[in-house]
Design a protein around this ligand. Structure first.
Ligand code: SF4
Length: 515
């Protein structure tokens, strides 16, 4: 798009800008061939969101404007006609206005509800409602509701007193326009300026915002080629700016910096962690994480220890450290259990409890996929899980990250599991992810199971399947009864258990040999 072309700012584009400036820019100026197909999980979210809107709209009669697909001008005219006729409830209308600079602003209220008051139409006006699938009224929802309200105010020549959000479970939330209109106006101003300037915003990879983005492959490839600092775990946008202010723009420059230099912009612990992360990445090797003393500069009582004072003053790379006591925390047992869950969050269901039993004396590894083919079977697989893990009362149960612990507590509560079965189970659970984080720094882009296990050379049998895709596959299984989908999920879950096993084994060996 060139400057002489008119800019069209929609709800969706503004939302993309809020998530990532680059994303909004690419949505307009990017090469569509570099955009990936939406992931199955994203498609499922969209489908769920649409179903939620339909369910809410079905609660009361409403009228929908009639217009050709994606013809927003015609849509705005058809919506205006319904408003002028005094239609009580208008669903999926189009609101459109132009800024003084000629940019077009378009919003899509899910509902416009007629209320008493004076507007261009007569003694009635409209109040906008956005229907969202989230449980909480997130800031982004409020900004979009405020955007919709502002355009509606121009169209009907009067401000509505509020805007509404209808959330999951029909929860209704009033948006405080006094707060959110100025926030939205600032964002719209910035967004229009960025898009008019046509200057491509810098890439910045962040797991949270980039996860479902369709530009991820192209952005990640650029970040890789630039060795961008956002690929270094621990570098947030704020810390990135701080590092730039010190002239530290490469992994190597951070790795060679002194911890005192980093501490001039970062807290002690973050500085030490980031230095070690940069060293692990620059040297492409695992480093045992040390426990650092706090910087003596900041602790008056340590000034009694001249050797520490001297090291701090000398700006040495590393502060004195102690061996990490957490390395003694990882047991090796004759029987070990590796455990991973597949869940369907929208059904609040843990439908696959995967258990890999490793018996060293017989050199056997047996995988038990405890699968609820229908949601109703969750209680039954929970009971099977308890029976299985209590066959080996001394076996530690290894899992990756915190979800499994939370899920076990939920299942125990839901199915009234006696505390004598549940309480002794909890101390047997060992989080391998936490163990990695506490004890070792690795040359990886993130500490996800996929990244860690792949760094060790482990590969999943289905390379392109992810946990979120399994959510979609299970939904499809429930709809279609296609058993091959269950087999993919089962395989993925087993590989997650085996990846956790591989990681745990590697940790034990690494602690023994050291870095
Ligand atoms: S992948 Fe990340 S950096 Fe790239 S456009 Fe998407 S959100 Fe922005």
């Amino acid at each position: 798009m060139t400057n002489d072309k008119q800019l069209l700012l929609t709800d969706e584009l503004l939302l993309d800008y809020k998530r990532c400036r680059r994303r909004a820019f690419l949505d307009i100026y990017g090469d569509p061939s570099e955009q990936e197909q939406p992931q199955d999980f994203l498609l499922k979210l969209r489908q769920d969101s649409l179903a939620h809107k339909k369910a809410v709209l079905a609660l009361a009669p409403h009228q929908k404007p009639n217009y050709p697909d994606r013809d927003w001008k015609a849509g705005a005219q058809a919506t205006w006609n319904l408003m002028q006729q005094g239609t009580e409830r208008i669903s999926q209308g189009v609101l459109l206005t132009k800024t003084v600079e000629g940019e077009t602003l378009v919003s899509f209220p899910d509902l416009l509800v007629k209320q008493p008051g004076r507007s261009i139409f007569g003694d009635w006006l409209y109040v906008p409602t956005k229907i969202k699938l989230g449980k909480r009224p997130k800031p982004e929802y409020k900004i979009i509701a405020a955007f919709c309200t502002q355009i509606l105010a121009v169209v009907q020549r009067i401000w509505p007193t509020t805007a509404w959000l209808i959330l999951r479970n029909q929860k209704v939330h009033a948006v405080n326009l006094d707060i959110w209109i100025p926030v939205m106006q600032k964002l719209v101003g910035e967004c229009l300026r960025t898009l008019q300037q046509q200057q491509e915003p810098e890439v910045f990879i962040s797991r949270q915002k980039c996860g479902l983005c369709q530009w991820y492959s192209s952005c990640h490839a650029i970040a890789k080629s630039q060795k961008h600092l956002s690929l270094l775990p621990g570098v947030t946008p704020r810390r990135y700016q701080d590092l730039q202010s010190l002239g530290l723009t490469t992994v190597e420059s951070i790795a060679a910096a002194s911890v005192t230099t980093l501490e001039s912009v970062l807290s002690d612990k973050i500085a030490a962690d980031l230095l070690q992360q940069a060293q692990a990445t620059a040297q492409n090797r695992a480093i045992l994480r040390h426990h650092y003393y706090p910087n003596p500069k900041n602790f008056q009582f340590l000034n009694n220890f001249p050797d520490i004072r001297e090291i701090a003053a000398s700006g040495e790379n590393l502060l004195p450290s102690t061996p990490n006591p957490d390395i003694n925390f990882l047991p090796t047992a004759d029987v070990e259990i590796y455990f991973d869950i597949e869940a369907e969050p929208s059904l609040k269901l843990d439908y696959l409890l995967g258990v890999l039993v490793v018996e060293r004396h017989s050199n056997t590894e047996t995988f038990y996929p405890l699968l609820a083919e229908q949601p109703i079977a969750e209680e039954s697989i929970w009971q099977q899980f308890l029976d299985l893990v209590w066959l080996y009362p001394d076996a530690p149960i290894f899992h990756f990250a915190s979800y499994e612990v939370e899920a076990l507590k939920r299942l125990a509560k839901l199915y009234h599991t006696p505390s004598q079965l549940m309480q002794p189970l909890l101390p047997r659970l060992i989080d391998v992810h936490q163990q990695v984080i506490n004890t070792v720094t690795l040359p990886v882009e993130s500490y996800s199971l996929k990244n860690l296990a792949r760094w060790l050379g482990f590969e999943w049998r289905d390379r392109d399947i992810s946990g979120s895709q399994c959510v979609c596959l299970y939904s499809q299984w429930l709809e279609t009864g296609n058993r091959s989908l269950l087999e993919i999920i089962r395989r993925y879950n087993e590989d997650d258990c085996r990846a956790t096993y591989r990681l745990k084994q590697w940790l034990v060996d690494f602690y023994r040999v050291g870095d």
